[in-house]
Design a binder for this molecule. Structure first.
Ligand code: GRF
Length: 218
């Protein structure tokens, strides 16, 4: 009796996960960027920072990016005749890196219509207060001045308002009686970095869905 082995169907190759591309926008110290750069070295994180874009030269965040070998670009408002032209240039500079998600990590400018037309719905911002309370550039100062006992941080989807987009995640931080702006902000930033890394990783691995005001991970 003879038997001949019949070749079976070739099993499909396991899907190769494409790395989720992050572009991070910065204006200052870049500690949130540093947290993302720490996280992205782990393949399990699921995302890589492929570019960093700043609105000003000479900031520590740019040094952190260069030290990590991540390409950078600077698009300074003062180099353009108006905000619309600057917003176009910013959009192009970010677009060069073909991001899946754009992260505003201490980026102190409002993005405009051109930027949102291309990256709207996939741009997130981190803010050092529990939105919708205390939006704007001085969230920590404003929360202290109001006298709140609990503040915190928020990761939101960027829309055309000032820190007004759908909330993706928030975490609270108690305010101490002897806090000043600096001490409270530093404590918030510890929580903020962890929250931002967690949210960005989950967006990369599980996705982000936005329906009206409701943003959902996964
Ligand atoms: C963060 O607290 C961010 O929410 C706020 O500015 C701070 C930036 O910190 N807008 P860093 O530049 O990431 O250290």
């Amino acid at each position: 009796m003879t038997s001949s082995a019949q070749p079976g169907p070739v099993p499909p190759s396991p899907p190769v996960a494409r790395t989720h591309r992050l572009v991070v926008l910065v204006s200052g110290a870049g500690s949130n960027l540093a947290a993302l750069l720490d996280a992205h070295t782990d393949p399990a994180f699921g995302a890589r920072v492929v570019g960093v874009v700043a609105d000003r030269p000479g900031i520590a965040a740019l040094d952190r990016a260069r030290d990590a070998g991540v390409p950078t670009a600077v698009v300074a408002l003062r180099d353009f005749p108006d905000r619309t032209t600057w917003d176009h240039a910013l959009t192009e500079a970010v677009g060069v890196f073909s991001p899946d998600t754009v992260v505003l990590a201490g980026f102190m400018k409002l993005v405009g219509a051109s930027f949102l037309g291309r990256f709207g719905g996939r741009t997130v911002n981190t803010h050092p207060a529990l939105l919708p309370s205390f939006p704007g550039a001085h969230g920590v100062r404003d929360a202290l001045a109001y006298g709140v006992k609990v503040s915190g941080c928020s990761v939101i989807v960027v829309d055309d308002g000032v820190d007004a987009g759908p909330v993706v995640a928030q975490e609270s931080v108690p305010v101490a009686d002897d806090d000043d702006e600096e001490t409270l902000h530093e404590r918030i930033k510890v929580v903020e970095r962890r929250l931002l890394v967690d949210v960005v990783g989950r967006i990369a691995r599980d996705g982000l869905t936005v329906e009206g005001r409701r943003a959902r991970l996964g």
